[in-house]
Design a protein around this ligand. Structure first.
Ligand code: A2H
Length: 253
């Protein structure tokens, strides 16, 4: 755990086609606003490789009006933090339009900012914590062992997880190269460490540590505006480019 506040990048993923369950829940409640799922990440430089987004199927989410034009899907806890970070229009005010379970968001098609896949789907992940970030996790299986193991599980058993196979059709794609692990570090670690599923928490914690350090200190960007640049240098630049494009915000907790 970090000692000081954690500085995340909050990524705005606009919903383009709601799941049937979400459509029914939204009926007449958002007042013509654009609605975004908002994901908190510590690795903005990996956003080129998004293949999907994760929500906790058993978690409760809210749809919160930020102003007259936009509403965000996240936990109540995150909406409250945002209200004190200049993200919502009126400081300290939380305007919840509706509540919706994570399970009802699954299958929604969203825009994935900066990603090589312009649109991806919302999928379930059991280990999403309601107490961290926004409760929405954007998935980059090329660089995150947790995302990789979870996506593998969904691809293997779509019916068990209640998803359509085509929602999980995007494969990990190279974003960062490291000398030791090649251009798909998370799948490589999952293979080398024989990680079978998202439930292999102990090995995943170790893999996460390796992927994070290797990527940050030894990684080089393979795609995007900062292609060829070391990750350490590209990271703040990608973050700023996303913020400048209106596709992301600074979010701390
Ligand atoms: B990271 P920290 Cl490519 N529950 O983003 C579980 N995990 C959550 C979460 C929640 N409520 N909110 C955010 N996260 C994930 C990208 C990424 C991330 C990559 C590699 C590693 C990585 C794509 N997923 O995180 O406990 C988000 O996933 C490993 C550190 O605050 C977020 O960044 O350190 C990270 O965990 C924040 O975890």
């Amino acid at each position: 755990e970090a000692l000081g506040p954690q500085e995340y990048t909050a990524i705005k993923m606009e919903a383009v086609d709601w799941s049937d369950a979400a459509k029914a829940a939204f009926e007449g409640k958002v007042g013509g606003r654009k609605v975004f799922l908002v994901a908190a990440t510590l690795r903005p430089e990996t956003m080129y490789g998004q293949t999907n987004c994760f929500v906790g199927p058993a978690m409760k989410y809210g749809v919160f009006a930020m102003n007259d034009k936009e509403a965000f899907v996240c936990t109540y806890r995150a909406a409250r933090n945002m209200a004190f970070q200049g993200i919502s229009q009126t400081r300290g005010e939380i305007n919840q339009l509706l509540e919706i379970p994570g399970s009802a968001l699954v299958g929604t098609r969203i825009k994935a900012p900066f990603a090589l896949n312009p649109e991806v789907y919302v999928l379930p992940m059991e280990s999403v914590l309601p107490t961290k970030g926004t409760g929405v996790v954007t998935s980059v299986p090329s660089d995150s062992p947790d995302d990789c193991a979870t996506l593998n599980d969904l691809v293997k058993k779509p019916a068990f997880y209640g998803i359509q196979p085509e929602w999980a059709r995007f494969a990990p794609m190279p974003v960062i190269q490291t000398p030791e692990y090649g251009d798909l570090i998370a799948p490589e670690l999952v293979k080398r460490m024989k990680i079978q599923s998202q439930k292999d928490a102990k090995q995943l914690a170790e893999a996460k540590e390796i992927a994070y350090k290797e990527g940050f200190y030894n990684g080089v960007m393979l795609v995007g505006e900062f292609k060829g640049m070391r990750v350490e240098e590209a990271k703040p630049r990608v973050r700023q480019a996303m913020i400048d494009a209106g596709l992301a915000m600074a979010y701390a907790e």
